[in-house]
Ligand binder design. Structure first.
Ligand code: TRP
Ligand code: ZN
Length: 530
């Protein structure tokens, strides 16, 4: 058999070709429609019926969530409940005590994002999409490890109605409370134990519309849907530990009608014959490097896909031809940017690259891991350079806290300046000078802790963040600065970091005290002196 490109399997058309045993329906068997018509979507809206009460035995163990709830609502009854449960908990504290995981991880901007008490290792997201109704039927299977004795734990979830929920293969009770999905397994989960959570759900996912940050999460398009979830939109389409601290690997199995194309993070895995059933077929993608939940992406629609290679990995780009005929431009520029960035930032961290041009009407591009999404298609080379720089700064080297967002955006912006400097454009110095002269309220902001609403402020985060790096470069010199960039990406590959970690490394490599510089640029609400 001639060797075929794996790409042929991306488009669910004429798929008598390639690839081995795909078992697309296995994970969907629990979804409505079940075995009878495994791939024909008979979506029943479970409506409010999904909210089952937690079992009575768990009531006394709810300290964690009540604590959070009482802070938010401040009712006397909840405060009293908190006092009681806290006292009870301290009295009975021992090795065999099982208590709830917390409802958040303490992020100052997104206190409920992420959850305490466990660590996710892998998400398997199997979903079937009906382009006529934009509804899905999905099962997300989470493999996690308890980090304490858990009587109960939370997931972040704001998606369609839940139809089934199991922990370690047994039905668990659950209830939904705002963005929290509170799960009480039949038996407690001992610290250190691996466990599996399987959540099935069906309905039409809705994007999250944040007053300050705009649309994020599941975005329906004319011919399908594409996901962009920064900072907290992942919960719109799968139950998640939705905090950048908890990275995990991901598998995607997306069933669509023959003729539509599916892309996701990572690489296509369709080895063998892809069966078509009732007009639907399933496309598999795999992200094998650790990924934050906000970077998880699927894109479904009509795409022109181009396949190539750069920096020793496949380059897979896709463009909605209805948006623009720029698929060659996206492909070529992606390769050019990755080749240059691999030289300046160190080896490319993921096992494939690419990009997706589609019409989402969210007004921004996102650095979805391995394969950024460009709303309306990229408008210029620098947009591609920016999103791909995030692969090192933001994706591989991730945030521990959203207030350090300048570590993502300042670096990606400075990558644009370096790119221009090294490609016959203006020097980084002249770009710095131009912005330094700019007047504006962004000089009164703290780039290192801008507040939730300003986390994507163009001047305060992108420009002043970029200027911070240029000021650092001037202070420590080019040799140390470029060594610092590479050491930073290498030392923290696939991990998470804080601004302090960066300052420490810069001080170590330069032998200089850099606190005054970073204080002035990141933490003073004033224009730094030169
Ligand atoms: N991180 C994106 C980029 O600069 C931008 C982005 C993501 C954004 N989500 C957002 C901007 C929400 C504004 C609002 O590449
Ligand atoms: Zn960015």
């Amino acid at each position: 058999m001639p060797r075929r490109s794996p790409l042929a399997a991306l488009t669910a058309a004429g798929l008598t070709l390639l690839t081995t045993a795909v078992t697309p329906t296995a994970a969907l068997a629990d979804t409505p429609g079940g075995d009878d018509a495994p791939l024909t979507v008979t979506l029943q809206d479970a409506g409010s019926g999904d909210a089952r009460p937690a079992d009575a035995g768990a009531a006394g163990l709810e300290a964690g969530t009540r604590r959070t709830a009482s802070r938010e609502r401040g009712t006397a009854a909840l405060a009293a409940a908190r006092r009681t449960t806290l006292r009870d908990a301290s009295r009975t504290e021992s090795k065999d005590t099982f208590t709830p995981g917390s409802a958040g991880l303490g992020d100052p901007y997104f206190p409920l994002a992420g959850n305490g008490g466990y660590d996710v290792g892998h998400y398997d997201i199997a979903l079937r999409f009906d382009p006529r109704t934009h509804r899905i039927a999905a099962t997300t299977t989470i493999k996690a490890t308890a980090t304490k004795n858990l009587s109960r734990f939370d997931l972040d979830y704001s998606g369609p109605a839940i139809t089934n929920l199991e922990v370690n293969g047994k039905r668990a009770s659950y209830r939904r409370k705002g963005q929290e999905l509170v799960v009480t397994p039949k038996e407690g989960l001992p610290s250190g134990a691996a466990f599996t959570v399987e959540v099935s759900y069906a309905g039409a996912p809705k994007a999250i519309n944040d007053k300050a940050l705009g649309l994020e999460g599941w975005i329906n398009t004319k011919d399908g849907a594409t996901v962009v979830s920064e900072p907290d939109g992942a919960r719109s389409w799968f139950p998640a530990n939705d905090n950048p601290q908890d990275k995990a690997t991901f598998s995607f199995r997306v069933s669509v009608p023959v003729g539509l194309t599916v892309l996701a993070n990572g690489e296509p895995k369709n080895p063998g014959i892809v069966p078509v059933r009732n007009g639907y077929t399933t496309v598999r993608w795999e992200m094998s490097q650790p990924m934050a939940t906000y970077l998880a992406m699927v894109a479904i629609g009509k795409f022109k896909v181009t396949e190539g290679a750069v920096a020793g990995v496949p380059n897979i780009t896709a463009y909605d031809p209805a948006v623009a005929k720029k698929s060659k431009y996206l492909h070529r520029t992606t390769a050019k940017a990755i080749a240059w960035e691999s030289k300046v930032f160190g080896g490319y961290p993921f096992s494939s690259t690419g990009g997706i041009g589609d019409k989402l009407d969210v007004g921004y591009a996102l650095e979805t891991q391995g394969r950024p999404v460009y709303d309306g298609g990229p408008s210029e080379d620098l947009e591609i350079v920016h999103e791909l720089a995030h692969q090192w700064f933001g994706d591989s080297v991730g945030l521990r806290s959203w207030k350090d967002i300048w570590l993502n955006e300042g670096f990606a912006t400075y990558a644009e300046w370096l790119y221009q400097e090294q490609h016959g454009g203006p020097s980084a110095q002249s770009i710095f000078d131009k912005h330094y002269k700019q007047k504006g309220s962004f000089w009164d902001e703290k780039t290192g802790n801008p507040g939730r609403a300003d986390m994507f402020d163009w001047e305060a985060i992108y420009l002043r963040g970029g200027m911070t790096l240029h000021a650092l470069r001037k202070k420590i010199g080019d040799d140390t600065f470029f060594t610092l960039l590479k050491t930073w990406t290498e030392d923290n590959k696939y991990g998470t970091v804080t601004t302090r970690d960066f300052v420490d490394l810069a001080e170590k490599l330069s032998g200089q005290d850099l606190d005054p510089l970073f204080d002035a640029w990141l933490y003073k609400a004033a224009k730094p002196k030169l």
